[in-house]
Design a protein around this ligand. Structure first.
Ligand SMILES: [Zn+2]
Length: 118
C-alpha cells in the first residue's frame, strides 16, 4: 500500500470537536453519506437524543429548532455538559412541559451556580 494515501474527509459536524482536522476514511463514521469523527458523531447523536427527550414532554412540536439551538448553545458556547442538561430535563419534565422553550436556558444558570458556588 506504499504510496497510496488514505482518503481523508472534512468532518461534516458543524461543531466539530477537532476544530476542522480531517478524518481518515477508515476512522470516520458515515451518516447519510457524510463523514464524521466518531466522537463528533456520538456528540451529535447525544444532543439529538436530548432534544428529542425534551420534545417528548412538550406539546408544540414546532419548537424543535429552538430547543435544538438552545441545547447546542449551552453545550458548545457555555460548556454545560450534555449529561447535565439531559438529567435536568428528565428530572423536571412537568416543569418544562408547561414553560416556554427559552426556559431551557435556566439550566445554564443552574449549572454555573453549582459549579462556582462559594
Ligand atoms: Zn469532527
Amino acid at each position: 500500500m506504499a504510496g497510496k494515501e488514505e482518503k481523508e474527509y472534512i468532518c461534516a459536524y458543524k461543531y466539530c470537536l477537532h476544530h476542522g482536522d480531517r478524518v481518515k476514511d477508515s476512522e470516520s463514521v458515515v451518516i447519510n453519506r457524510k463523514h464524521y469523527h466518531w466522537d463528533c458523531a456520538g456528540m451529535k447523536q447525544e444532543i439529538t437524543d436530548c432534544v428529542n427527550t425534551y420534545m417528548s414532554y412538550i406539546e408544540d412540536k414546532t419548537k424543535y429548532p429552538i430547543a435544538y439551538r438552545a441545547i447546542n448553545t449551552m453545550v458548545f458556547k457555555n460548556r454545560v455538559p450534555i449529561e447535565y442538561i439531559r438529567k435536568n430535563i428528565e428530572s423536571s419534565k412537568l416543569y418544562y412541559s408547561q414553560k416556554p422553550v427559552q426556559v431551557l436556558y435556566g439550566i445554564r444558570k443552574l449549572f454555573y451556580e453549582q459549579e462556582f458556588k462559594v
